[in-house]
Design a protein around this ligand. Structure first.
Ligand code: ZN
Ligand code: ZN
Length: 187
């Protein structure tokens, strides 16, 4: 099976910044898709302290079961983060493993409320499901809250500000005022 060709047929048909799955063409036994899509779909502001350093690589499986489209798979992207301890930029691989999206494609008939899948991303006219938003959210949620270049990052010297991973300094921790006071009392 030529996955590249399927990718072109089923995705990116009408909008380069969207990842849509064409249900009309989907094999009834389900299909696998593997490929890359631009990190532009993440919509990360240019001035953010996070920069995509690769396209998003996806490996997904899609199958239609009754009125539900079930999409499972993995996502992977390289991201440049700013270390929250030493402020250096570093590259890190973000993996989203085994995501599972369910979409209801039943349309607006009365059974809708009993189905659990999300209907809002189904475009009945083009018979396509827009995966863009879910892929974006899955990746953003996998970002670390406090990115660290290394679990042993030594950070910056609080006195002189040098990066202690690269240089050393003679700074001593500031004296604790409370002990100073006790010392003074003894004198
Ligand atoms: Zn660091
Ligand atoms: Zn220092």
């Amino acid at each position: 099976m030529d996955l590249t060709r399927l990718f072109e047929l089923n995705f990116l048909q009408d909008d380069i910044n969207k990842m849509k799955l064409d249900i009309g063409r989907l094999d009834e036994d389900g299909e696998e898709f593997e490929g890359e899509i631009s990190s532009d779909i993440l919509n990360i502001p240019k001035d953010a302290q996070v920069r995509p350093a690769s396209p998003i690589h996806y490996n997904i499986h899609a199958i239609l079961i009754d009125d539900e489209l079930i999409v499972t798979g993995n996502l992977n992207i390289n991201i440049l983060f700013i270390c929250s301890s030493c402020s250096d930029e570093f590259s890190s691989e973000i993996d989203v493993k085994a995501f599972n999206y369910v979409y209801n494609i039943a349309g607006n008939d009365e059974t809708d409320e009993f189905l659990e899948g999300d209907t809002s991303k189904y475009d009945e006219l083009s018979e396509s499901i827009d995966l863009t938003q879910d892929i974006r959210e899955s990746i953003l949620l996998a970002f670390p809250a406090h990115p660290m270049c290394n679990s042993e990052c030594a950070g910056l010297c609080p006195q002189c500000g040098i990066n202690k991973n690269k240089e050393s300094c003679e700074c001593k921790p500031p004296s604790d005022g409370r002990w100073d006071m006790l010392d003074n009392l003894k004198v």
